[in-house]
Design a protein around this ligand. Structure first.
Ligand code: NAD
Ligand code: TDX
Length: 332
């Protein structure tokens, strides 16, 4: 029986990971600690909320007494909680520093105090910064270029320091861009899919030729579970989809998948400090026996279908503060 503390479990990847855990393992207990920021949504977990092995606690990972109380009853920590959107970090970095860096510190301190068996720090490929040619390996230096990726780098290295200094069994994962169900419609794929369904414009930053490596969220969840079982303490694991595409390719695929006109494509002012290309070398994880299972074309179809079939989920989100934000920034 494994007792998990999942932080940020009401967000996109965290909620998919909770679904994954209950589907894959019959003997898990999950405690989900989430502050329910704009990105946290308990509707992502309605099918699980009555499961006797699941408990939700609304709270902040920066809240020391609360984290102390919760940490006493768990074996494993998977830290997803973060402010996660690059554009928001450019407008107001404060919460990124608080949650991503200080919040991770609070979790690490309490994990150390209560002898946690494994602490998985969910980092990101963005910590390496941009690369024109070739791919980053785990030992490459970090060159984060946004307040988001800089705060994630701080958390990533802080987690490592708890392994080196205190022997806390920490593992760090650095994954590429995820897509799939329950992703907040501010990120590229859910924003463009939902805008296209509503015949709204798709705001492409700059020339649209920035490259990302795209991985289906369930493959990311599977890789996290894999490194929890087979990873070595103190190690970093790149997790990628082996699937690099530029933003124009993604946009055209979405429009084609939905049978919508290319006239919806709208070029807007570039994101400040916009990283040109992310690319991961995942040889380390692949040689241990883990490979992504989903084909991009199949998983994109599944994703587009999910947003078509769950209009209520995202329309509710988009009718609120989301619209004000995009109106203010892009006049769309
Ligand atoms: P998300 O924004 O959808 O979810 C973040 C969740 O954390 C939300 O439920 C939010 O309420 C919660 N949260 C925020 N601040 C909190 C706090 N102080 N205390 C407790 N809960 C808090 O993000 P996501 O896309 O699911 O990303 C999850 C993690 O994975 C993040 O750490 C992110 O950096 C990392 N990551 C994301 C991607 C991606 O493509 N989305 C890729 C690599 C790594
Ligand atoms: O409206 C848009 N138009 C646009 O052209 C948006 C929202 C994005 N883009 C571009 C910017 C990027 O080149 O699409 C690309 C992807 O953008 P995001 O979805 O914002 O993701 P990115 O900035 O690459 O960061 C993501 O991947 C790594 C996640 O948001 C992070 O949490 C994760 O760590």
């Amino acid at each position: 029986m494994g007792r998990y503390l999942i932080t940020g479990g009401a967000g996109f990847i965290g909620s998919n990971f909770i679904h994954y855990l209950f589907e894959k393992h019959s003997d898990v207990q999950v405690l989900n600690l989430d502050k329910l920021t704009y990105a946290g949504n308990l509707e992502n977990l309605t099918d699980i909320e009555k499961n006797p092995n699941y408990k939700f606690v609304k709270g902040d990972i920066c809240n020391e007494p609360l984290v102390e109380e919760l940490m006493q009853d768990v074996d494993y920590v998977v830290n997803f909680a973060a402010e996660s959107h690059v554009d928001r970090s450019i407008g107001s970095p404060d919460d990124f520093i608080k949650t991503d860096v200080y919040g991770t510190f609070v979790l690490l301190e309490k994990a150390r105090k209560y002898g946690i068996k494994k602490f998985i720090q969910i980092s990101t490929d963005e910590v390496y910064g941009s690369i024109e040619k070739g791919s980053f390996v785990e030992t490459d230096p970090l060159m984060p270029s946004s307040p988001y990726s800089a705060s994630k780098s701080g958390a990533d290295r802080l987690a490592y320091s708890y392994f080196v200094t205190y022997n806390l069994p920490v593992i760090i994962t650095r994954c590429s861009n995820n897509y799939g169900p329950y992703q907040y419609p501010e990120k590229l794929i859910p924003l463009f899919v939902t805008n296209a369904i509503e015949d709204k414009k798709l705001p492409i930053y700059g020339d649209g030729k920035n490259v990302r490596d795209w991985i289906y969220v369930m493959d990311h969840c599977d890789a996290i579970d894999f490194v929890m079982q087979q990873g070595v303490d103190g190690e970093i694991y790149n997790i990628g989809g082996n699937n690099e595409r530029n933003n124009l390719e993604i946009t055209e695929l979405i429009l084609k998948g939905l049978g919508k006109s290319k006239e919806l494509m709208t070029y807007v002012k570039d994101r400040p400090g916009h990283d040109r290309r992310y690319s991961l070398d995942c040889t380390k994880l692949n040689q241990m026996g883990w490979l992504p299972k989903y084909l991009f074309s199949d998983a994109m179809k599944l994703t587009i279908e999910w947003y078509k079939n769950n209009l209520e989920w995202w329309k509710k989100i988009k009718s609120g503060e989301y619209l004000d934000y995009y109106k203010k920034h892009y006049g769309l």
